[in-house]
Design a protein around this ligand. Structure first.
Ligand code: EAX
Length: 334
């Protein structure tokens, strides 16, 4: 009988220790599971665009620096919504991250409008210096009250006009043309000043609108024109470079603040490195596409930028009261 009690006691101890072990193991896996984060990042551009190539670098780096605790999932081609939807989604937390042009951002913070002034940026390096400095950070931080942590300015690029009617050489050539613009007040005012009919619409609708002829043209950097195959429905590109478009990588602020310090540091380090890589890739793609698009049969026209800068000067007067002069001075030195 005594042997039985000893045996029963030993069995109970074995189960107890095993149970603890299981509890520790399940606690550890629960902890790990609680640490694991999936970040979906949406954008409106084609899978092989300079946006998504940069995001692939961001993904690789974040997953490495977070020791696999963070998984980044990239959603191109407006799969998670158009740019306004994406910004709204990040603000509300229904989308974790987005990479969007600054075009729609004045709806959330007027301070982004400085980038929309025609020809205010003509030199990338100067733009990078301002965007990566105190002023850039100040502008990015204006999104925080909306629930958005804006991580950094990446590059969409210098925007050029495409159309199907004729080579656009002089500002008056766009008179009466229905030109799609982003949903941005300064972009619309600029084309109105030139005598065109600005037609704001979401990027996902533009290709069909061009194909059906409901608009005559649009304006975007060559990396967008090339990777979205706009050349299939447009005959002419004029290298006006009238706006320099940054784009912003953003994350829902509450989500970011809920992460561990290691995870936060991984995202910040990865974003900084991917930003530099993406800007370089964008510049190289821009230069390569000028030649490649010619080979695809599209007519590419150089223009006298001074003539265009003079034609759009009234836009500065129209918006100067809405834009912080400190920002204008930082970008122009004036
Ligand atoms: O952000 O809407 C546009 O023309 C933007 O350049 C495009 O969605 C990439």
């Amino acid at each position: 009988m005594k042997k039985f009690h000893v045996l029963a006691l030993i069995m109970a101890l074995i189960f107890l220790v095993a149970g603890c072990g299981d509890k520790d193991a399940s606690k550890e896996s629960a902890d790990n599971a609680s640490k694991r984060v999936v970040l979906r990042v949406g954008n409106t551009t084609a899978p092989d665009s300079h946006y998504n190539k940069g995001l692939e670098q961001f993904k690789k780096k974040v997953e490495e620096y977070s020791n696999g605790e963070i998984e980044v999932q990239i959603f191109p081609s407006s799969q998670l919504g158009d740019e306004r939807d994406l910004v709204e989604g990040v603000a509300m937390g229904t989308v974790e991250m987005a990479l969007v042009s600054t075009g729609p951002l004045p709806n959330y913070s007027k301070d982004f409008m400085v980038f929309d002034l025609p020809f205010i940026i003509t030199d990338r390096e100067k733009a990078y210096q301002v965007m990566d400095g105190e002023i850039g950070q100040e502008i990015l931080d204006t999104l925080k009250p909306k629930g958005i942590k804006a991580l950094g300015f990446w590059e969409n690029g210098f925007r050029n006009i495409t159309n199907n009617e004729k080579p656009i050489v002089h500002p008056e050539d766009v008179k009466g043309m229905k030109i799609r613009t982003m949903e941005n007040p300064i972009h619309q005012a600029t084309f109105k000043t030139l005598g065109a009919i600005p037609t704001p619409m979401a990027w996902s609708e533009v290709f069909t609108a061009l194909q059906q002829g409901t608009i005559d043209g649009q304006e975007n950097p060559l990396p967008i024109i090339g990777t979205a195959k706009v050349y299939e429905v447009q005959k002419y590109i004029s290298l006006t470079g009238h706006f320099y478009s940054p784009c912003v990588l953003m994350i829902n602020n509450n989500l970011f603040e809920s992460l561990s310090q290691t995870q936060k540091d991984a995202i910040l380090k990865a974003e900084k490195e991917a930003r530099a890589w993406q800007r370089n890739y964008s510049k190289e793609l821009d230069e390569k596409l000028t030649k490649e698009l010619k080979e695809k049969g599209i007519t590419i026209t150089e223009v006298d930028k001074t003539e265009w800068q003079n034609a759009v000067k009234p836009v500065y007067d129209q918006f100067k009261d809405q834009i912080n002069p400190k920002y204008v001075e930082a970008l122009t030195g004036k």
